[in-house]
Design a protein. Structure first.
Length: 303
């Protein structure tokens, strides 16, 4: 899927009053930590194997092919690790014959898409990501494989775990959330710059539905068990996730953590920002917008 260039509203640098009831935690700063917070395993990269449909996924997607297995094993050995999932994410048309033996891999939050990788190509990508300084779209050296760059400075990608073969909660709640997120995107006519995709297991199935928003790399767990079958709850969750993506803000009420953060960092960050909905509007200026470690200054590494 290709995305047209689109200029978003200016990045929200301070927490204002937009969607205060949704984008602010209802938990006071001195209260106990939400059990979802701090549950994102520390990792530096998310490697997404593209063009794979959910009905193809076994409980362990590493078994889909030797190429995916090599990518998964290599990702674990990388400095600060890399998480590997498969997805129906389709940044480029699939032109090679077998998507199992030769794969396209999107690297988030870098925005790099490595194309048509065989086993040797996978090793080249892993070697590149093991360097202290990751590649960027303006890297002077040529990358050893065909590639392209996503327009993450303009576009947003929402990944929802729908891996029912791994856990039924993800299949049911994740599938419902993904459906509603896509409906919100369509209703708001955001399809040229916001997209939602299914992804395989990312952990935390007991908190399903689980979603990740890029390029920020924030993880959300909507915990649909609390809905107890009530209509409308997944719709409200979907609207809030899309709102957070477009406005470049954080939905602290459902926040699990973010990419490139330790458990301790996630908990500390949540405690620092939770409970601010009760602050006066004047006090909002005291809250600096949080920029996750993975992305740094907006636009870094993205052309």
């Amino acid at each position: 899927m290709h995305f047209a260039k689109f200029t978003f509203m200016p990045t929200v640098r301070r927490f204002g009053v937009l969607s205060r009831g949704l984008h602010a935690s209802r938990t006071a700063p001195n209260a106990s930590v939400d059990q979802r917070v701090g549950t994102v395993a520390a990792h530096r990269h998310h490697l997404v194997v593209c063009n794979s449909e959910p009905d193809e996924w076994p409980a362990r997607v590493e078994g889909l092919s030797e190429t995916i297995l090599a990518l998964s094993r290599g990702g674990i050995r990388l400095p600060n690790r890399a998480m590997v999932t498969v997805s129906d994410f389709a940044p480029i048309p699939q032109c090679h014959k077998s998507k199992l033996d030769r794969i396209d891999v999107a690297v988030f939050p870098l925005g790099l898409v490595a194309k048509d990788l065989d086993l040797d190509g996978v090793q080249s990508l892993l070697s590149l990501l093991s360097r202290p300084t990751p590649p960027t779209s303006w890297s002077p050296s040529l990358l050893p494989f065909d590639h392209s760059w996503l327009e993450l400075s303009r576009n947003r990608h929402i990944f929802v775990c729908t891996h029912g073969a791994r856990d039924p909660l993800c299949g049911v709640h994740g599938g419902q959330l993904l459906k509603e997120v896509k409906a919100v995107i369509e209703a708001r006519q955001l399809g040229q710059h916001v997209a939602a995709w299914a992804t395989s297991h990312i952990g935390g199935h007991k908190f399903a539905a689980n979603a990740i928003v890029y390029p920020r790399g924030d993880w959300y767990a909507t915990w649909c068990e609390r809905c107890k079958g009530e209509r409308g709850a997944p719709v409200a969750d979907a609207e809030t996730i899309v709102d957070a993506a477009v406005r470049d803000s954080v939905w602290w009420d459902a926040w699990r953590g973010a990419i490139n953060m330790t458990k301790e960092d996630q908990i500390e960050t949540w405690l620092r920002h939770s409970g601010h909905e009760n602050q006066s509007q004047k006090a909002d200026d005291a809250f600096e917008a949080w920029v996750p470690p993975a992305t740094g200054v907006r636009g870094t590494g993205i052309h």
